[in-house]
Design a protein around this ligand. Structure first.
Ligand code: LLP
Length: 414
């Protein structure tokens, strides 16, 4: 995490001491690094080299308008899964013709809006969705560009909640049923078949599952070509892992090069939908120790961030490093870092060896992806401020929520 590093005994984001941000903006606070986001995106874009294609950032990972705008300025495409994400991309200046629309449950209204603005492609996940899309396109008097999300049935060897390419998952169409669904799409005057897509899971730390999935998808591409259905692009989804603890995921360039090698001879465009690998290590969550509480079984450090700010530990038992902004001087002990929410599952980290004291400031690392976007107001906790650091400039890109924000639109009965 070169953009978050210790200098003179304190943790910095780019050129700014995080202590200064905590003092000015309070905690909990998400802090992102512009340089990191841009570098990760550019690594994808430059690895594509002369391979025609599109890097569609997965908006769900971090959908702050400032983040989307940085990526839009670099020419990124976007992978969206809802009408809300579509509006965010448009509001951030994203180009609709570079959007792929994923997701298993698109409503007719969402489809209509996406057709109006002219998205690049609908990543269709079932025969029923294809039928709905054809109706909506017909009523709008347009032809909808489609790709079919196929489920290649490969084991991504990641946490079961974020593994999506096995046949027992809800996603996509089983690859052996795909030719039939493609045939019906090709027969519709309201649909134009342009591609195929898959996404086998997230936080993948090996190349093999990506390449196994690609091999299976390429067999399908060939079989479709034999039946007269010629695709223009192949979309391998997102899923490249990052280092949270000791993982050693492939480099972005190695993944893209391996995929490029397999498809370059075919004249297909390559679409990728990376989320986590662009933003995870571009962000930290700052929090303050409110109380230290020693019990017979555990030492608890009760901090002011909680599962409503970062759900990943509670939901996936995910590990994210927790480090002091300024290392303490005492003897390190084992601490469970827990939040104020009334749930036993409300923890940010367990058994962390730290020298802690009340009032101390900590940073939960790798919090740029699936952090703020999965946050909630549970326990009527206002959501944290989001801050983007750019060199030595500090920009508040979403203020901390207020009580008014919490109850907006709520009404007692007359
Ligand atoms: N494309 C599709 C169709 C997806 O479903 C996803 C993620 C992505 C792209 C982006 O995947 P990435 O490059 O970020 O791995 N909340 C979980 C992760 C859920 C991922 C869902 N789909 C977490 O915090 O680990």
């Amino acid at each position: 995490m070169t953009d978050f590093s210790y200098r003179d005994g304190e943790l910095y984001a780019e050129e700014v001491p995080l202590q200064q941000i905590a003092a000015e903006h309070g905690t909990p606070a998400f802090v992102y690094s512009r340089a990191h986001i841009e570098r990760q995106y550019k690594e994808y874009a430059s690895a594509l080299a002369d391979q025609p294609g599109l890097i569609c950032y997965a908006v769900k990972a971090n959908s702050n308008l400032a983040v989307l705008n940085l990526l839009a300025r670099l020419g990124a495409g976007f992978d969206i899964v809802s009408g809300g994400e579509l509006e965010r991309v448009l509001a951030a200046g994203g180009d609709p013709s570079r959007i792929v629309f994923s997701g298993v449950g698109k409503t007719a209204a969402e489809m209509q809006r996406a057709l109006e603005v002219g998205v690049h492609c609908f990543n269709v996940e079932s025969a029923a969705e294809l039928e709905r899309l054809a109706h909506v396109a017909e009523s709008c008097g347009v032809v909808a560009p489609v790709s079919l999300r196929v489920n290649p049935d490969v084991d991504a060897q990641t946490h079961p909640y974020i593994s999506t390419g096995l046949k027992e998952n809800k996603f996509g169409v089983a690859i052996d049923q795909a030719p039939e669904v493609y045939a019906s799409a090709a027969a519709s005057p309201h649909l134009q078949v342009i591609g195929v897509d898959c996404h086998i899971g997230s936080q993948l730390t090996e190349l093999a599952p990506f390449l196994d999935a690609l091999d299976r998808v390429l067999l399908l591409v060939d079989a479709l070509a034999e039946s007269g259905i010629n695709l223009k692009h192949i979309d391998l989804g997102g899923g490249l892992g990052v280092r949270y603890r000791s993982e050693n995921p492939p480099a972005i360039g190695d993944l893209v090069a391996a995929v490029r090698d397999k498809i370059s001879a075919r004249g297909l465009q390559l679409v990728l939908e990376p989320g986590r690998s662009i933003v995870a290590n571009a962000g930290v969550l700052l929090t303050k120790v409110e109380f230290l509480k020693r019990t017979e079984a555990h030492n608890f450090a009760i901090v002011d961030a909680a599962m409503n700010d970062n759900l990943r530990p509670a939901l996936y038992q995910a590990w994210q490093d927790i480090v002091p902004l300024v290392p303490g001087h005492g003897q390190p002990e084992l601490w469970d870092i827990v939040g104020p929410v009334c749930e036993t599952g409300d923890f940010l980290g367990k058994n962390r060896e730290l020298a802690l004291e009340q009032g101390q400031l900590l940073a939960m690392l790798s919090a740029g992806a699936y952090g703020f976007t999965m946050s909630s107001n549970y326990n009527s906790r206002p959501r944290a401020v989001e801050i983007l650091v750019d060199g030595n400039a500090v920009h508040v890109v979403r203020p901390r929520e207020s009580f008014e924000d919490l109850v907006r639109g709520e009404q007692p009965l007359p």
